[in-house]
Design a protein. Structure first.
Length: 467
């Protein structure tokens, strides 16, 4: 059995590789023993097959296992001395932190529809392999990412989000955390404040704390972040999710958007706009980005392919305003791009061919069906007991339940009924303000065919077992 922690800073394939290696070194996996097939292991642990392949590949090149054509992977014969296997660290509310098994997991962030479903993506990757094989040598690419990919992305962002930028302003990173680390390095924590929505994405909070910034919480209202609470903040980095506030789902009104930009110019602030799931709007027109109406170059735009392609690709990007460019070049002149060239070339071909847009359209249709099913189910069968917040976009709802139970009690009741659902409390800085009757209901990982049974079970628990 393996324990894979999706909230860890370590990639899933690294965790799997380390645990397999320890099993081999300890003698628990014997020489000549066949490893599970990559598809079987991926299905069992609800991870991508690519994650398993990467772990096996690392074990193979280090000599722990060997492939046998047509048969699979086998443990090599090694002169082993038994070593102790460290116990994994467990985290509260982590789906891997207990031996509990669930019939239905309402997780947020895992995708049952992703680029690995696409034959076109696999073809683009093979084409990228061919491109690399024709080169005279393997070399480091441009530090910000391949220029052609940045050019394509700048055009795409303008057409889809109204983002105004040149290819030179785009920096590819290996995920949201690295994007924030780069931004943190451009500003001194001794001279700059950091503020963010409350509730807001806890990954952002933890990353900026690691960079020694003091975190100032700003309340979220029905139409987005409170402008009034910002007025006394000067020289501040403000992190917001204006097009789909995480986790509550509100949309920042145009009045507040203009007020936010006015505040940044007057108070020497910068706005970090996280547009994390902008592609996934289901019934309304796409909302232009905050950056698109910023004439003062005060918005740092963050994007990612985690929701539109797959989270384990680790491809994200920053659009840096020109006033920060000199500082970036000074600090990152000799830093290499952390996104593998193979993935950059694959994505370049995927976007150039029009396949990315076709994938987005199909993905949007897929998740809209789930979104609409849940919304209708709650309206038809749970309207007297529960309500959904944050509709019409994204991959989750906030489920507000009429109950006297708190979040811990609610999660325990659902767990006893083989349902895993998640608290909203970790997203709050001011924990005392967190409503005790709200839970995060993600739907991106549950197959559509399981959704009727999953919602039926959820409904039965709410109607019969909650106080």
């Amino acid at each position: 059995m393996f324990v894979l922690n999706r909230k860890s800073d370590s990639y899933l394939y690294e965790q799997l590789y380390e645990q397999l290696k320890q099993q081999i070194l300890s003698g628990n996996m014997k020489a000549g023993q066949r490893l599970p097939a990559t598809r079987e292991l991926a299905a069992e642990y609800q991870i991508s097959r690519n994650t398993v392949i990467n772990a096996y590949y690392q074990l193979e090149i280090e000599g722990y296992i060997k492939p046998v054509t047509g048969s699979g992977y086998y443990v090599e014969h090694l002169p082993l001395t038994k070593v102790s296997i460290p116990k994994p660290t467990f985290f509260p509310y982590d789906s891997e932190s207990t031996d509990m098994t669930y019939d239905y997991i309402f997780s947020y962030g895992d995708l049952d529809y992703n680029c690995y479903n696409s034959k076109a993506w696999r073809k683009c990757m093979l084409d990228a392999y061919d491109t690399l094989s024709l080169k005279d040598n393997a070399a480091y690419e441009e530090s910000q990412g391949i220029s052609n990919l940045r050019r394509i992305l700048s055009s795409y962002l303008y057409l889809s989000r109204g983002v105004k930028c040149s290819a030179e302003q785009i920096i590819f990173t290996s995920g949201h955390q690295q994007s924030l680390n780069i931004i943190a390095n451009l500003f001194s924590y001794t001279d700059w404040n950091f503020a963010m929505e409350d509730p807001g994405y806890n990954g952002t909070r933890h990353t900026m704390k690691q960079n020694h910034f003091h975190i100032t919480p700003i309340p979220v209202e029905n139409d987005g972040i409170s402008i009034k609470e910002l007025q006394n903040l000067f020289q501040t980095l403000l992190y917001v999710t204006p097009s789909h506030q995480f986790p509550m789902g509100s949309v920042l009104s145009i009045t507040k958007r203009l007020q936010l930009l006015e505040w940044a110019e007057k108070n020497n602030g910068y706005i970090i706009e996280d547009d994390y799931d902008s592609e996934l709007r289901y019934h309304n027109r796409p909302i232009p980005s905050l950056q698109s109406i910023d004439s003062g170059n005060r918005t740092i735009y963050l994007g990612t392919f985690s929701k539109s392609l797959s989270p384990d690709l680790r491809i994200a990007y920053i659009v840096l305003p020109m006033p920060l460019w000199a500082s970036y070049r000074e600090k990152y002149l000799y830093v290499n791009c952390t996104v593998p060239t193979l993935l950059q070339l694959t994505l370049t071909k995927y976007m150039e061919s029009g396949e990315y847009q076709r994938h987005l359209n199909a993905m949007r249709t897929h998740y809209r069906k789930k979104h609409d099913y849940i919304r209708k189910y709650v309206a038809d069968y749970l309207s007297d007991k529960a309500a959904l917040l944050g509709e019409d976009s994204g991959l989750h709802f906030v489920l507000s339940i009429q109950t006297r139970s708190n979040q811990t009690e609610l999660i325990d009741v659902f767990a006893r009924n083989k349902i895993q659902i998640y608290p909203t409390e970790p997203f709050w800085i001011n924990k005392a303000l967190c409503p005790s009757n709200q839970l995060l209901l993600g739907f991106s990982a549950i197959p559509m065919k399981q959704l009727p049974d999953a919602m039926g079970c959820l409904s039965e628990v709410i109607h019969t077992q909650l106080k």
